[in-house]
Design a protein around this ligand. Structure first.
Ligand code: ADP
Ligand code: MG
Length: 702
């Protein structure tokens, strides 16, 4: 139950004067995103941060008002010159003066009656706006404010400017926000007193007031005390939410998994290679987790090609040996099937039964798998999200592995914790995530890193080539094929439209056919999964040598003897994506090349990205650069995932607060695991304010 103190702030914005149904809808989309499910509330307005300010304090007098600057003038109204009836394009003009000179106020398509009321001849008014000088005469077009002396004293002279959307004016939004500000109650303080003293001693309400009623530009600096307090509030809310999930998931499972490594040894014997040092270390860490009586929640970070799949298999092997089942979840059907293909022979060698379950398994095939699963005849289930559907019941799910999944929010974690009461959790991400972001989105999961690549890998030579030379590149590709090479050719996403995207891949496919005949294949997102698999398989076996594709191959596809990656319109891809794509080659013992074809002229950011790609293959460095170039939302693909984003906290300014917030959250939950103390109750409000409250129900269920 939401504390009553919050009721006012959680009213829909339509309770505000001047916010009707239409504005409510538009504003809700601005504040909550396009997919906003309900109307925005007053707290959502409060958390909409200004992007700058207008300073109206300057009152230089008409003659001294600098061209193109914002000033406030106290003037006497002299004369109205309405728009002539037969010349509707001529503006309505109002002349006014002060002791220094004269000014013209200019209005287009204005209502005469309204202007006569706002600017009565012979009276004094304050007008505030940008002044422009034309031919030695100053004018103001549609002044932002035209008010009486009395109204002027009520006017904020420093006005915050907000990010807007079509259909909402700054005036309407500013007014709504100032009105909402009145509804912010005095909350009991949830921050630690010592921390507050060190950081400006502003309450939540005072901090909001500072940002929405700034007194000078410093107030709107992300480093200001007010902004920092709110950023810290937000980080603390998110860390508490993660901590609460973790607390419920991390309960003692009371069961110590016992295994000696028989299955692992069988797999090792069947492997054509030995494990890397990183792989062995990570597997040891996982085995230690499994052998303890606490639930495992571990994140394995490993660059593309670092061999995460093997780590997953060894973890699953240990759990199966201890008598339970394991599930491996991939983000796409293609990847699920690829995992099946590569793991099936190893499972067979080790005596493990394994099946794949995706949306494609239907009818009796699906029923058979579900039966086997329930009876415990299946040791390992590989699949997509289908694995977590409600009718999928395991006899005893001991471990869930989530692969290539950085879009794994609190929601999904809750779903997972419902499925396997006692099951351990391993999350594997291919995008190396910078440390602050790990904390932000995964909280204090245990983290293993696969820093080392399998031995014998050669560096990938990366070259940038202008698209003007694409004919030449196609001929080089044909020559390389004649010499036995296997080549990926990736075509770009054009304006995020699948259709145009598809055309570009199809066009390239058609252009390559005369050179390569039936040695060239095509995969794209519109193909049926079965067709895609078939084409991938033909590429794997070498029936086709050049695979033209859209970005469907981006994540995780493994064809070790592919040695050339061509990326067309590389300037349209993000760094992380380029890195992922390039990682498809350089997986075998032969040296590999990546050709980045770009269209000129290159923008600054694209140019920076391409040089980073040329300079380094280090995924962690690339992720850091990516963060700089794109901002955190895109790095993690959060925008698409519906994960609660951050509204106050900006990683580039407030990132260092995150670690403190994590420690704080940990300490709080250690002392007060169900948030019952005075401070705990205040913290519950914090969770509501930043919409992290879904985790509060965990407090009651336990
Ligand atoms: P990713 O971490 O990107 O998921 P994969 O698990 O797909 O990487 O592994 C990439 C390739 O490296 C696969 O072909 C896999 O068989 C191979 N591989 C994994 N571990 C090793 C190793 N220790 N030595 C050599 N090759 C390995
Ligand atoms: Mg993988």
């Amino acid at each position: 139950m939401r504390p009553d103190l919050l009721n006012d702030l959680f009213r829909p914005i339509s309770v505000l004067q001047g916010v009707g149904p239409k504005i409510e809808l538009t504003l809700s989309k601005l504040l909550l995103g396009q997919e906003a499910s309900g109307p925005a509330t007053l707290i959502d307005l409060m958390l909409h941060m200004p992007s700058g300010l207008v300073d109206r304090r300057r009152q230089p007098g008409i003659a001294q008002a600098p061209h193109n600057s914002i000033v406030t003038l106290k003037v006497r109204i002299d004369r109205h010159q309405p728009t002539p009836r037969h010349l509707p394009r001529v503006p309505y003009k109002v002349s006014a003066h002060d002791e220094t000179g004269e000014i013209t106020l200019v209005f287009f398509h204005a209502k005469q009656s309204w202007l006569e009321r706002s600017l009565p001849v012979g009276e004094t008014r304050y007008v505030s706006s940008r002044v422009e000088w034309f031919n030695g005469a100053p004018q103001m077009v549609h002044p932002d404010h035209m008010v009486t002396e009395e109204e002027f004293h009520a006017l904020p002279l420093i006005e915050p400017v907000y990010p807007l959307t079509k259909g909402i004016s700054g005036k309407v939004l500013g007014k709504a926000i100032r009105a909402a500000l009145e509804s912010v109650p005095d909350f009991p303080e949830w921050q630690d007193q010592a921390w507050l003293q060190r950081n400006g001693a502003l309450s939540f309400a005072a901090a909001l007031a500072h940002l929405h009623r700034p007194e000078d530009a410093n107030d709107l600096d992300p480093g200001s005390a007010a902004w920092k307090r709110l950023a810290y509030d937000e980080y603390l809310a998110s860390q508490l939410a993660l901590g609460l999930v973790r607390q419920t998931m991390r309960v003692t499972r009371g069961k110590i998994r016992r295994f000696e490594g028989h299955i692992k040894n069988k797999i090792l014997a069947a492997l054509p290679f030995s494990l890397t040092g990183s792989q062995s270390e990570t597997i040891q860490e996982i085995e230690a987790d499994l052998a303890s009586d606490r639930k495992m929640i571990r994140l394995v970070q490993g660059d593309v090609g670092s061999g995460k799949t093997m780590v997953a298999l060894m973890a699953m092997a240990a759990v199966v040996e201890s008598g339970s089942q394991a599930a491996l979840m991939a983000p796409t059907e293609l990847l699920a099937r690829q995992h099946m293909r590569s793991l099936e022979p190893l499972c067979e060698a080790a005596g493990l039964s394994v099946a794949v379950l995706t949306g494609r398994e239907k009818g009796s095939a699906r029923t058979r798998i579900l039966n086997q699963l329930e009876k415990g005849e299946l040791d390992i289930l590989i699949g997509t999200h289908a694995v977590f559907q409600s009718d999928v019941a395991f006899r005893d799910l001991g471990l869930a592995v989530v692969d290539e999944q950085h879009r794994f929010g609190v929601h999904q974690r809750l779903a997972l914790s419902n499925k396997g009461q006692d099951s351990d959790l391993l999350v594997m991400t291919a995008t190396p995530i910078p440390r602050t972001l790990v904390l932000t989105y995964f909280g204090d999961m245990d983290v293993s890193k696969l820093m080392e690549k399998p031995a014998g890998r050669l560096p990938i030579e990366t070259r940038t080539v202008s698209l003007d030379r694409v004919e030449e590149v196609m001929h080089r590709v044909a020559r390389a094929v004649a010499e036995g090479a296997k080549i990926y050719w990736v075509c770009p996403l054009v304006e995020e439209s699948e259709l145009i995207d598809l055309t570009s891949a199809e066009d390239r496919f058609a252009a390559l056919q005369p050179l390569l005949g039936d040695q060239v294949g095509l995969v794209h997102g519109r193909m049926k999964a079965q067709q895609k698999d078939e084409e991938m398989r033909r590429f794997q076996t070498g029936d086709i040598r050049v695979l033209v594709s859209t970005t469907v191959i981006e994540v995780g596809v493994d064809v070790p003897d592919a040695t050339i990656m061509v990326i067309e319109h590389a300037e349209r891809f993000g760094l992380a994506q380029l890195h992922q794509l390039r990682g498809r080659v350089g997986r075998g013992s032969a040296s590999s090349t990546c050709l980045l074809l770009y269209k000129t002229p290159l923008g600054e950011v694209s140019q920076a990205r391409l040089s980073v790609m040329r300079e380094t293959e280090d995924g962690f460095r690339i992720a850091e650069e990516d963060l700089k170039l794109r901002g955190e939302g895109d790095v993690l693909g959060i925008r698409q995932s519906g994960m609660p984003g951050f509204r106050m906290a900006l990683a580039e300014f407030h990132g260092e607060l995150m670690e403190a917030a994590r420690d704080d959250a940990r300490l709080i939950l250690m002392k007060d695991p169900s948030l019952e103390s005075e401070r705990g109750k205040a913290l519950r409000m914090l969770l509501y304010l930043f919409r992290r409250d879904e985790t509060i129900r965990l407090l009651h269920s336990g």
